[in-house]
Design a binder for this molecule. Sequence first.
Ligand SMILES: C[S@@+](CC[C@H](N)C(=O)[O-])C[C@H]1O[C@@H](n2cnc3c(N)ncnc32)[C@H](O)[C@@H]1O
Length: 217
Amino acid sequence: MINERTDCAALTRPGSLRDNGPVSTDHYFSAEPSAPARPGEVEFSVAGHDYRLVTASGVFSAGRLDPGTAVLLRKGTLPAGGTLLDLGCGYGPIACVLATTAPSASVYAVDVNARARELTARNAEALKLPIAVRAPDEVPDDVTFTEIWSNPPTHVGKAELHMLLDRWLPRLAPDGTAWLVINRHLGGDSLHTWLVAQGWQVTRTASQKGFRVLRVT
Ligand SMILES: C[S@@+](CC[C@H](N)C(=O)[O-])C[C@H]1O[C@@H](n2cnc3c(N)ncnc32)[C@H](O)[C@@H]1O
């Protein structure tokens, strides 16, 4: 079960600031957000564990646990172990949940956004979770994943999203599984169709609040 509490307002959409401050050209997927990092916190509970994570403006959904991420963590089957990847970790909610519920797992958290990686590293350290936080090119080529978990970036555009999944899904171990959550209005169903066309087996395991949870093998 997931409870969410929101403690701060922050940049949540590309180029928008809620406080009428200067218009930023930053996106949540900018490599180095230029706007100052206004700090915040997000609190939520998953599977009986309470989390309070630090966030900052310039990263995705800094003001609350993203509803899509909440659906993914509620509807996906949390693993007990393995080598796990949180693809596009943001401030690290998925990686922290995976590392907490699977203490024996090796958890990687990857993001292009340096601020997101720094926040994930801080959250992992505060929770004493051994998460390997990496830029995409820093993950050794010989690492394969038993599970990939992702609320992937949709605002990067369809071509970029496909390239991202084309890069990482083949790094699943032969019997590996990816858990993805996509908003139906942001192309969830067309992504399902595209994944099948690429040869993946895809099951829509849940559909809630407009979010599709896809299990990819
Ligand atoms: C929808 S957000 C999800 C963030 C976080 N997992 C959450 O649930 O709050 C997608 C994330 O993917 C990251 N991202 C965008 N392009 C990427 C890429 N090519 N490789 C890795 N991460 C990327 C963005 O910076 C962003 O943090």
